[in-house]
Design a protein. Sequence first.
Length: 328
Amino acid sequence: MSLRLHRIARLTALALALALGASSGWAVAQTAPAPTPTDTATAKTPVATGVRSDLHAQVLLDRAHFSPGQIDGEVGSNQKRAVSGFQAARGLKVTGELDDATWKALQPDSAPPLVRYTLTAEDVAGPFNPVPKGPAEQAKLKALGFGSVEEALGERFHASPELLKTLNPGVDLGKAGSVIQVPNIAVTPLAKASKLVIDKSDSTLRLFDAEGKVYAQFPVSSGSKHDPLPIGKWKILGISRDPTFHYNPKLFWDAKAGDSKAVLPPGPNNPVGVVWIDISKPHYGLHGTPEPGHVGKTESHGCVRMTNWDALQVADAVDASVPVVMQE
């Protein structure tokens, strides 16, 4: 079967599952009724939503602090990294696959894959404006906020905007009072790290406890052939939340001719996202990103890029006493 036909078949199965699943006994975050799928043709991403699905695994991994990056319900490199890291940390055979032993280790957290959430006026208030591409135009704005309500909700629930559309066919995501289905994430604070290690070989950032055990892992984009990851041991100099970004075309190999220096305002679509962890290597740091779907899958300009929500968790778990190790 061709990939296209396979995806169409899965999409048809998803539409049926969503139509039947509204009363399946999932835990609810709100008491309002579940959204009714009224237009299955609007579903964008083929994804299974049941117990022990890839979506369920990504939710449980996110809750366990072995981040799959942006939750999308699709098997990919970030999910395999998260599964492998979780297996290693739990003393399981490291395969990157969701075998029975891994599910048993994940499922003491009995959280279902999805919960229902009622959109508030604050959720949909915006403002939502397209973000200009060029730094000169971005510098004219007061903030680099979300471009759409789907993007804002995706950030809040660690999810792909396309996944949210798929889970809620026919539902107006921009209307307060709409009841939607979202990944059942739970943001819990991390304990203080004793060491932070970025591994270029598998595009991960790991946090170690005082006993030398990994207790959290996050996918990252780290360097490129033009701006390689600075291998070595570095110090954390400071942490800036909601940072401005000082764009200097001389520091970017791919800067466009005619670009000039610019100060870009803060916001989730700032080039370094919502947090910057400065290190002792000049011009390098650990930070968020305006493109969470690219993390772990594309190169960076030498720095270590995470999703905004992962970067915030890391920032809360480190300080100047935590060494940063960057290795091949």
